[in-house]
Design a protein around this ligand. Structure first.
Ligand SMILES: *Cc1c(COP(=O)(O)O)cnc(C)c1O
Length: 422
């Protein structure tokens, strides 16, 4: 069962001030979840979560996570700039980029971020650009398939990221010879895993690699970054991950591999995005049209521009019709947006209660990779983002785009001046 964190009455009150569609985030849920994550890894002295900014790039969200002790994981110049303005600096920032432009790398270096190199050629790139810092991370790609419980979870061998095993040994030797003092290892091998075994298995691979790297290169490995990939269950009947079981699984691998190797002081880092935010966001939209042709259609005022995952990945997002939580799901609908693209559907053949024009729909689990993946196709404007605060009040944390925003990059031409606010 998925229960929205807002009621129909609350939604109606919010809509009076902030029209649909909008994304809304649940501060209480975000904080509780972050605290549990820290509890689950409290056995590790240096543990830190670096929130993957790309999942929900909003300064108000970043500040909440900062208060909960999180750092940030950035991969671009603007993510670094936003993090800087939210008060993150130095070791609060992990810079895990790829195909990195010079100016992005320079900014990360200027902020004193932990730099996570994606490729062996980036050693020379960074050295020429800014010089090498004392501490450096390298991203590892073991190649092949990543399997769990005899099931292929993902294919690192087809992924563009990271150093091969040979390259990471060579890279560590080069970096050491150039005076780098401390090292971190990072890997991201499977996305949105709904199993308590992903992190423990990844941890074991990285811990064993760390022991080998230390023995063969003499490198001082201080950090192991398990990156993102711990997922959430988008389906109502599939249980969520148990973060305490995950933390304990990593603890066990730590005690089995690192402690006997004399590496019991290694700090564990994570760069979770989805796990930190997805369940604590809703996309709220109104039914504005109904259509009865070969199928039954519900037309919403939100579209794939507000939430791309169903159109892009065919992802399931649960839908609740507010006020009809207990009504029987005896109508089969395609729930669509208004793009001139037939994949603009939030749900296909979904059994839902009867929907009327004006009904408010909550699309669940949109807190990560939701608003963030938004775009402007068909001239659709990005929605507002709201925060349901712990005291029950609602704060605007990003205003909705206006036509003026949409046209603003023509401000040098004069052609759209009629619609550009000056
Ligand atoms: C996307 C990404 C993350 C976050 O991934 P989630 O699946 O949202 O947890 C973390 N680190 C890196 C380098 C990423 O690209």
């Amino acid at each position: 069962m998925k229960v929205p964190f807002i009621t129909k009455a609350q939604a109606e009150e919010i809509i009076e001030k902030y029209p649909t569609p909008f994304h809304i985030y649940d501060e209480k849920g975000i904080r509780e979840n972050a605290r549990n994550l820290y509890k689950a890894f409290s056995w590790n002295k240096g543990y830190r979560e670096f929130f993957a900014v790309k999942a929900t790039p909003n300064p108000y969200i970043l500040k909440i996570l900062k208060e909960e002790g999180c750092g940030v994981d950035c991969s671009s110049l603007t993510e670094l700039m936003m993090s800087e303005c939210c008060g993150f600096s130095g070791s609060d920032i992990m810079f895990s980029s790829n195909v990195t432009p010079e100016e992005d790398m320079k900014k990360a270096h200027e902020l004193g971020a932990f730099i996570n190199l994606d490729d062996i050629t980036h050693i020379e790139f960074l050295e020429k650009l800014c010089g090498l810092p004392e501490t450096i991370f390298c991203r590892f790609n073991p190649g092949g398939h990543f399997e769990l419980e005899n099931k292929i979870m993902d294919d690192p061998g087809d992924a563009k990221y990271g150093f091969t095993k040979e390259q990471i040994f060579e890279g560590f030797r080069i970096l050491k010879s150039k005076g780098v003092k401390h090292f971190g290892i990072h890997a991201f091998l499977a996305s949105n895993t709904v199993t308590n075994n992903y992190y423990p298995k990844l941890a074991k691979i990285l811990f064993e690699l760390a022991v080998e790297l230390k023995n063969e290169t003499g490198a001082d490995i201080k950090y192991i970054n398990l990156s993102g990939g711990v997922g959430v269950s988008y389906l109502p009947d599939v249980p969520q991950n148990d973060i305490f079981a995950i933390g304990e699984g990593v603890h066990k691998a730590f005690d089995e591999v690192l402690v006997p190797a004399g590496m019991g002081d290694v700090a564990i880092f994570t760069e979770l995005g989805r796990y930190m935010l997805a369940p604590y966001g809703h996309l709220v939209t109104k039914c504005i049209h109904q259509k009865h042709i070969y199928k039954e259609y519900i037309g919403c005022d939100a579209c794939a521009c507000n939430l791309m995952r169903p159109a892009m990945y065919g992802s399931y997002h649960h839908i609740t019709v507010l006020g009809k939580e207990k009504a029987p799901c005896d109508h089969k609908y395609d729930v669509t947006g208004g793009l001139c693209e037939n994949n603009d559907k939030f749900a296909i053949d979904r059994m839902l209660p009867e929907i009327n024009i004006g009904d408010i729909l909550v699309i669940h689990d949109t807190g990560a990779h939701g608003f963030a993946m938004g775009y402007n196709y068909n001239g659709k404007l990005r929605s507002a983002e709201l925060l349901l605060k712990e005291d029950g009040s609602v704060q605007l944390i990003r205003r909705a785009e206006t036509p003026s925003d949409y046209f603003s990059t023509f401000d040098f031409t004069g052609i759209l001046d009629k619609y550009i606010e000056k």
